[in-house]
Design a protein around this ligand. Structure first.
Ligand SMILES: [Fe+2]
Ligand SMILES: [Fe+2]
Length: 201
């Protein structure tokens, strides 16, 4: 799988990113009693469509009859997550609905996330190649409490997008509200650190 992923991603630094995401997802899955192989597969395949240009993302989604909402049409980059799940199925034969679900939700989180969804979202946002204040503390938190780490990473992501004037998906606000409603033990959370990254993950 590694060689095929490397060839299909088309960018060495993106390949290094997916390797780090797969490794962190594996460790988080082991810690939280999830399937480590599902976590590794989701990590390896989550960004298959990340480098597709906007026109290709829209065209490939439309060709498959996938519904594209208003936000996605205005910000096609987020479609790389949902299209990536289709490519994982078509090109790598992934049939596990839990793996496909995690890939679909790795960029725009949902109000209801499975543990594997959370693990991939966190591994993508917290892998050590990213550098922003609070990253290491949030990574450590993810090993103790997935929900608290989700709240911290979503907050941080929203703060970063807003600081850069990048629109935030309505579903991201819905997810943020859902995690805030269930917030427990929030004293562990660092205060909304500003992230610094070039584009949606
Ligand atoms: Fe991504
Ligand atoms: Fe990623």
């Amino acid at each position: 799988m590694a060689r095929a992923v490397r060839e299909q991603l088309g960018q060495e630094h993106r390949y290094v990113h997916v390797l780090r995401v797969a490794r962190l997802a594996d460790r988080l899955a082991a810690r939280h009693g999830e399937s480590t192989s599902n976590a590794r597969i989701a990590g390896m395949l989550h960004d298959l469509a990340r480098l597709f240009p906007a026109t290709l993302l829209l065209a490939e989604c439309e060709r498959r009859g996938m519904p594209v909402d208003e936000f996605e049409r205005a910000n096609p980059i987020v479609l790389h997550a949902r299209l990536g799940a289709e490519l994982a199925r078509e090109r790598f034969g992934v049939t596990s609905e839990s793996v496909l679900s995690a890939i679909r939700k790795h960029t725009v989180p949902a109000a209801r996330m499975s543990r594997l969804d959370e693990i991939l979202y966190l591994a993508d946002g917290l892998e050590a190649g990213r550098s922003y204040p609070g990253r290491a503390a949030l990574e450590a938190l993810a090993f103790r409490d997935l929900a608290a780490a989700m709240l911290g990473v979503i907050r941080s992501s929203v703060a970063d997008l807003q600081a850069r004037g990048v629109p935030v998906a309505p579903q991201t606000f819905a997810a943020l509200a859902a995690y805030e409603r269930n917030e427990v033990g929030s004293s562990e959370l660092p205060l909304a650190p500003q992230r610094s990254r070039a584009c949606p993950t």
